[in-house]
Design a protein around this ligand. Structure first.
Ligand code: NAD
Length: 275
């Protein structure tokens, strides 16, 4: 019961594949009370049964681009709970037509919208949530390695993740004096509604599993365990960090020899066929 009695706002649950759902369920198992809004009306039928299964509250529409819905959610949390101990930000969006091909072709409209939904939402949610963290608190966001290095097709979302990682460091500096910590989990790739929009996701998952030091992909249990640690007092001196939960992928500099051989063999075969 690492989170016994803690009140945690979980954003970003779309369905039972969502990383936010895995984290909500695990936090509930560890004794937390959960608030679980959803982004838009068509998600309610998926999110409400999940919320009911863990007794989550504040199951209401909250699109981060809608100030009235944001005001309403936080007013209700303040009047019913009076405080918050934790918040998960698990929100990202970009036009999937621009999550393939060249970053250079990103439109101004999609650049702005991607940054607004995927980055500014952390700033806005943090400002609102921190006002209710009167006994200190812990905020966690979800990021990806594509913000540190270029990853094929990740494009503008990679640039948004760089800004998200940087926001974590600035917000940690703002909030530390109020005993509020904020950290990012840099999760390895996993199939979800959001990631299915990134071009070539299936082959990326296959390659990634073979390239990590642990020779597998990250699981929902891996990410939810790390989130429990960051929400709990076990991580009481950790803030402003980007914590990689990626089976070690981000620590490697070159693909392993056995995989290199397989890839080169594939290339040779292709060259033969092209002759
Ligand atoms: P997901 O589709 O389950 O979650 C994305 C969530 O963002 C959805 O619940 C969606 O409703 C929400 N959202 C989008 N626009 C919104 C808006 N305007 N207002 C409120 N909510 C909005 O997919 P996921 O993969 O679990 O994504 C959660 C987070 O994890 C994202 O930030 C994503 O970039 C990040 N991440 C994902 C992976 C991966 O491989 N799946 C890896 C690393 C990081």
């Amino acid at each position: 019961m690492l989170l016994k009695g803690k009140k945690i706002l979980i954003t970003g649950v779309a369905n039972d594949w969502s990383m936010a759902w895995a984290i909500a369920r695990r936090a509930h198992d560890e004794g937390a009370e959960i608030a679980m809004p959803y982004a838009m009306p068509n998600l309610e039928k998926r999110v409400r049964p999940l919320a009911e299964s863990i007794g989550a509250k504040f199951v209401q529409e909250c699109n981060v681009q809608n100030d009235e819905q944001m005001d309403d959610l936080f007013n209700k949390i303040e009047s019913e709970w009076g405080k918050l101990d934790g918040m998960l930000h698990a929100i990202a969006f970009s036009d999937k037509n621009e999550l393939t091909g060249r970053y250079a072709d990103t439109t101004r409209a999609n650049f702005k919208n991607t940054m607004d939904v995927s980055v500014y939402s952390l700033v806005d949610l943090t400002r609102r949530a921190s006002k209710l963290m009167t006994d200190g608190g812990s905020i966690v966001t979800l990021t990806y390695y594509g913000g540190e290095k270029s990853v094929p097709n990740y494009n503008v979302m990679g640039v948004a993740k760089s800004a998200l990682d940087s926001s974590v460091r600035y917000l940690a500096s703002d909030l530390g004096r109020d005993k509020i910590r904020i950290n990012a989990i840099s999760a390895g790739p996993i199939m979800t509604l959001a990631s299915s929009g990134v071009g070539g996701m299936k082959s990326m998952l296959r390659l990634n599993a073979e390239q990590t030091p642990l020779r597998r992909n990250m699981t929902l249990d891996d990410v939810s365990g790390a989130a429990v640690y960051l929400f709990s007092d076990l991580s009481s001196a950790v803030t402003g960090e980007v914590h990689h939960v990626d089976c070690g992928y981000s620590t490697t500099g070159m693909i392993p020899n056995d995989l290199k051989e397989v890839l080169l063999r594939g290339l040779d075969e292709q060259n033969e066929q092209n002759k």
